[in-house]
Design a protein around this ligand. Structure first.
Ligand code: NAP
Length: 334
C-alpha cells in the first residue's frame, strides 16, 4: 500500500496544480451582479462564439439585445436560442455585414430610426487569418471587418450613444496586438507580400488605437470606450487556420487546450464586465486583459499614430462625406 502513496500524491498534486493553473489562466466570472433592465445593447458577430455568449449574458441581465450579424439564418437561430435560454423576449436579429460600407450605413440608419437610445455597443465580430480576401469596398478583409467596419459603425451610432449617456463601447481586441504594427504606407497590403497573421495583429492594434483616440474625443460626453482581450477561447475564430478541424492537432494539443483555452461562456465575461459593472463608470480609453486593466503594447499608446490612423480611416470610409457609400470603385488586386 505504501509504495502507491508517493505516486498517488504526486499525481494528486499534478492534477490539483493543473486545475488551479487552468482557473488562473481562464480568469473568473464577471464579478459584477449589475442588471441592465431597459438598456439597449448591440453586439456585432453575435451568432456564435464570444459574441453569442456576451449577448446571452446581457439578455440574462435584462437588456434589450440586438444581435448584428451577416447571416440572418444564423442570427435568427441565435436570437431564438438566447430568448429560450434567458426567457428575455427582447432579443432581436438585425442584418450587418462589416465587410460592406453600404451594409454598415443601412444598419446604422435602421437602428437610428428604430431606437431612441443605444446604451452599449459591443464591437465583437472578427475574422482571423483568412486568405488574402478583400471587402466589398476593396479593403484587406481583416483590417476592413475587424477595424474599419467597427470604426464606421461606431461613428454612425455616436449620436445615439451620446443621447443615452452614461453609455459604453466595448472593442474586442486581442493579445495578438502586441505583434502588430500600423504600416501607413500600405494599410491595405497592396505593396507587401500578404501575411495573414500580421494582418490580424495590425487590425487588433488598430482597434486599441481607435479606442484611445475615441476616448479622448468623447471626454465629457458620458460615453466610455474600452478595449479588451477576452482570453484564448474555444470558438470558430480558428476556422481559417485549419487547426480546429485537424484530428491530429485535437489529439496532440487536446490536453494543452484543456489547460489554456476557455469556454466561450467564460471568454464572454470580460465584455460583460465592461458593459455592466457600476465600478467601471468613468473608466475610459483603457485596455483590459480579461477582467484586469493592463498597459497595451507601446505602439498602442502612441497618440500621434492614433490621430493619424483616425484621419486615414475617416478618409477611407468616407466619414466626412456621409453620402459616399464607398471610397473605392475597384476592388484592390489580391
Ligand atoms: N477566441 C479567441 O481565442 C479570441 C482571442 C482573442 C481575441 N478574440 C476576439 O474575440 C472576438 C470574438 O471572437 P470569437 O472567438 O467569438 O470568434 P468566432 O467564433 O469566429 O465569431 C466571430 C463572429 O464574427 C462574425 N463576423 C465575421 N465576419 C463578419 C462580417 N463581415 N460581418 C459581420 N460579422 C462578421 C462571425 O459571423 P459568421 O459566423 O457569419 O462568420 C461570428 O459571428 C473577436 O473580435 C476576436 O478577435 C478571440
Amino acid at each position: 500500500m505504501n509504495r502507491y502513496l508517493l505516486p498517488l500524491s504526486v499525481l494528486g498534486t499534478a492534477v490539483g496544480g493543473a486545475v488551479l493553473l487552468r482557473d488562473y489562466v481562464a480568469g473568473g466570472a464577471c464579478p459584477s451582479k449589475a442588471t441592465i433592465p431597459g438598456k439597449t445593447v448591440i453586439v456585432t458577430g453575435a451568432n456564435t462564439g464570444i459574441g453569442k455568449q456576451t449577448a446571452m449574458e446581457l439578455a440574462r441581465r435584462g437588456g434589450n439585445v440586438i444581435l448584428a450579424c451577416r447571416d440572418m439564418e444564423k442570427c435568427e437561430a441565435a436570437a431564438k436560442d438566447i430568448r429560450g435560454e434567458t426567457l428575455n423576449h427582447r432579443v432581436r436579429a438585425r442584418h450587418l455585414d462589416l465587410a460592406s460600407l453600404k451594409s454598415i450605413r443601412e444598419f446604422a440608419a435602421k437602428i437610428t430610426e428604430e431606437e431612441k437610445q443605444v446604451h452599449v455597443l459591443v464591437n465583437n465580430a472578427a475574422v482571423m487569418r483568412c486568405p488574402h480576401w478583400t471587402t466589398e469596398d476593396g479593403f484587406e478583409m481583416q483590417f476592413g471587418v475587424n477595424y474599419l467596419g467597427h470604426f464606421l459603425l461606431t461613428n454612425l451610432l455616436l449620436d445615439r450613444l451620446k443621447a443615452s449617456a452614461p453609455s459604453r463601447i466595448i472593442n474586442l481586441s486581442s493579445l495578438a496586438h502586441i505583434a502588430g504594427h500600423i504600416d501607413f504606407d500600405d494599410l491595405n497590403w497592396e505593396k507587401r507580400k500578404y501575411d495573414t497573421r500580421a494582418a490580424y495583429c495590425q487590425s487588433k492594434l488598430a482597434i486599441i488605437l481607435f479606442t484611445k483616440e475615441l476616448s479622448r474625443r468623447l471626454q465629457g460626453t458620458g460615453v466610455m470606450v474600452n478595449a479588451v482581450h477576452p482570453g484564448v477561447a474555444r470558438t470558430e475564430l480558428g476556422r481559417h487556420t485549419g487547426m480546429h478541424s485537424s484530428a491530429f492537432s485535437s489529439f496532440t494539443l487536446g490536453p494543452v487546450f484543456w489547460l489554456l483555452v476557455k469556454s466561450p461562456e467564460l471568454a464572454a465575461q470580460p465584455s460583460t464586465y465592461l458593459a455592466v459593472a457600476e465600478e467601471l463608470e468613468g473608466v475610459s480609453g483603457k485596455y483590459f486583459d480579461g477582467l484586469k486593466e493592463k498597459a497595451p503594447a507601446p505602439e498602442a499608446e502612441n497618440e500621434e499614430i492614433a490621430q493619424r490612423l483616425w484621419a486615414e480611416s475617416a478618409r477611407l470610409v468616407g466619414l466626412e462625406m456621409p453620402r459616399a457609400s464607398s471610397v473605392r470603385k475597384e476592388p484592390l488586386p489580391k
